[in-house]
Unconditional design. Structure first.
Length: 165
């Protein structure tokens, strides 16, 4: 299908010189892994199709090492590999232990209270208590005990690496 005239290496990827390719740059280059996959499939790849390198080596462009995924599949795959950053917390109001993704806690989102509660009800009660009576020593201690551990959750499983504080 596509006749590769020359292969060059630039940055993380290899490029193929295929001047007549519809997705070629002004100099006639296309990502090599996309050309190899298109030749293998016998058709052009759609814009929403991603060629994934199974071994994560972006220059290992043999057909056995590459596969076509859509953007959602590709993001899920890499998300599972990197894991989800989780935090084990203790609610400063009711004391219940719960987990949240790191990006859903006061550590990533701004919070006037400087802690993460288990639910809106507890957050409202804690906020009201602080507004009416100030930040007491008891509440300061409860807030300081908010974070119990960090860990990474991989895929859908609960195989996690926990870091206690």
């Amino acid at each position: 299908m596509w006749n590769i005239r020359k292969i060059i290496s630039k940055g993380d990827y290899d490029y193929a010189l295929v001047p007549d390719h519809p997705k070629a740059t002004k100099n006639g280059y296309v990502l090599l892994h996309r050309v190899i996959m298109e030749n293998h499939l016998g058709r052009l790849l759609n814009d929403d199709e991603i060629v994934h390198h199974k071994d994560h080596n972006k220059k290992h462009n043999v057909i056995e090492n590459i596969e076509v995924l859509n953007a959602r599949e590709h993001n899920i795959l890499h998300g599972q590999e990197q894991g989800r950053k989780m935090v084990l917390l203790k609610c400063p109001w009711c004391g219940v232990k719960f987990t949240r993704e790191l990006n859903q806690t006061h550590l990533q989102k701004k919070s006037k209270l400087g802690c993460t509660c288990c639910c809106r009800t507890c957050r409202g009660k804690l906020s009201s208590q602080i507004q009416h009576h100030g930040l007491t020593h008891i509440l300061e201690n409860a807030i300081s005990e908010n974070i119990l551990a960090y860990y990474t959750r991989y895929g859908d499983e609960d195989n996690s690496e926990e870091t206690n504080l």
